[in-house]
Design a protein around this ligand. Sequence first.
Ligand code: AMP
Length: 258
Amino acid sequence: MDTELYSIRMHASRQQRHLSGAEDLVPATGVEAAAQAMLHRAWTHAPQSVFVAIDQVDTADLVRGRLSDLTLASVADVAAGRQRALVELQRAGVSLGAANMALTAIANSAGSDGVMRGAMLVDAGSGQRLEPDQSRGVRATRFGVTPAAKADCERLLAVHGLTHHRTREALVLSAKVLAAPAVIAELCWSDDPDYPAGYVASKQGGYLRIPQLKKSGDCAGGRAFFLAAGSDPASTIAFLEQTPFLVTAIGAVHRERP
Ligand code: AMP
């Protein structure tokens, strides 16, 4: 890969409501094609405004990492999916109170005026919310995946019938989030009403994809990053927002028996 890397980010919206987003870290020679692909994706959502930002990143700061191992859970319904998420979060060291708080907030779309653009930062012990702006949250940004790792990931996911770009993109985002020193776990499901799957990811347990965390048609969703009890959020926010992170290898995929 070229030595110069650029962070490229897209955000499409209508009447201040988020419609579509994308993020990558590409060499100079790939910037135009990546921008065009993101614009194409934005345009399929009939946006009112599209924001594309391109910034050269300092490769001296670049952190490389791999995707977590992915486990495909099997749950009977949404209630079982949420119960499973609570169990996994506790296994990762999150208190039941903190896990319940985040799950309930996401189920109600955690922002004060609707869906947040970023994630809640949650103290894994007390459940206290640590993000400076609770209606926006904290966005993980400046991350991407090498073309070879992306192709490997798409091939492996396709074997398991997972062809939606969201699955790969969430794995990549989660790899950066879990690389933050104080983050011990993450909980997410999309606000897209047609996408009921979500996940719990943790440093110790990998990435557990849970196929039902909400009912189809439900527009609520969000993300929570759990910080080790008592952590100062400032260095985690700086890492999530500023440190460039590139996925160079993938993990394994396991499917649980129903
Ligand atoms: P999505 O899976 O893209 O529908 O995102 C679900 C929720 O995760 C959004 O509503 C945001 O609250 C949050 N989110 C999306 N992208 C990011 C990001 N890059 N960093 C932090 N939180 C995000």
